[in-house]
Design a protein around this ligand. Sequence first.
Ligand SMILES: [Fe+2]
Length: 392
Amino acid sequence: MSEIITFSPSASLFGFGALKKLPDELESRGFKRVLIITDPQIARVGILQKVLDLLKGSFDVEVFDGAPTEPHSSDVDKQKQRFGSDFDALLGLGGGSSMDFAKALTIIMTHGGSLGDYLEEGSVPGPVLPVVCVPTTSGTGSQNTQTTVFTIEGVKRGASSEHIRPVVSIVDPELTMGLPPVVTRDSGYDALMHACESFLARPFSQVPERPILYQGSNPFSQGLALEAFRSIWGSYRTAISDGSNREARMGMSLGSHLAGLAFSHSGLGLVHALASSLGGMVDAPHGVCLAACTNIGLSYNLKTCEKKYFTLANYMGGDDGLDSSQTSPQSFLDNMLGLISDLGFPSRPSELGLKTEDAPTLLKNTLVQTRRIKTNPRPLDDELLSYIERGI
Ligand SMILES: [Fe+2]
């Protein structure tokens, strides 16, 4: 166990209009030759062009607009030869997949090999070509984390290293204004669960020292996670039902950004571990898998986290977290399940095609998610299988 807490935030700019600052941020870091990683949708809706216009004349820019949603490790490995390492920086522009693609690509562009070589904690051997991020959704918070997530051998895994934490991110809620409701819903649930699981994470004093900063909940992550939760819970439903509501979009952008920073210092937990396993078994977005695994994960942890569930329940009721009408830890879980139902999410893995007999496989794939389960508040024990069987 460690008594030392590490704070490792990167620079970021937040607010409507922040995108305009991108050239200054690149310039001040000496990034003249930039490889933009984005996806076809970002190109289609004009955001890529907006960025290219900002950079025109002063930067040497190359664009890869083929980042797939929910990338497989082989998608990234395939691109390694295509680009030399003759860049000053990579710019991840888009949702989590584009940003994660940039973070994954920089590892193998710099250090060679394939992504599968970097699954172990601490296996990125040194600095990489720096990554800059401009998120266009309010979800993953990848612009503020040291992790890239991809599917490998049927399981969602990731590589984590402080070397791949973006050196600067520009978070401009304007870029999220045109997001369709289903994208706002799915990405927003990811952000909400980051805030929850970061807040609920095992205390840092109970987490053995490890080569990545998932050090358990600590004074730095706790404040960020609660503020993220307050911000997301207060804007989520409105951002879905009224995408042009600037206040709701700002709340989601800020909340997802803070939640990313929070969990990158605390780690996450069982809901994410289960959802990552489920995501490797079925074809569904990360946010949808999280929703389907919420009941199993939060029910399993309830007894260990009663006080914290109570705190989150109160934050659901009032802006300041002082709504004492929420009188039980169970009401946090009930409100989360009510939200899942109201938003039309699947509430259990069977709604995504899993059967009860898949429970041992889901468990097996979950137990390899060590980045997540080492910080789950309740250690994983034999009872988990029955929670999964009942919850499927
Ligand atoms: Fe997530």
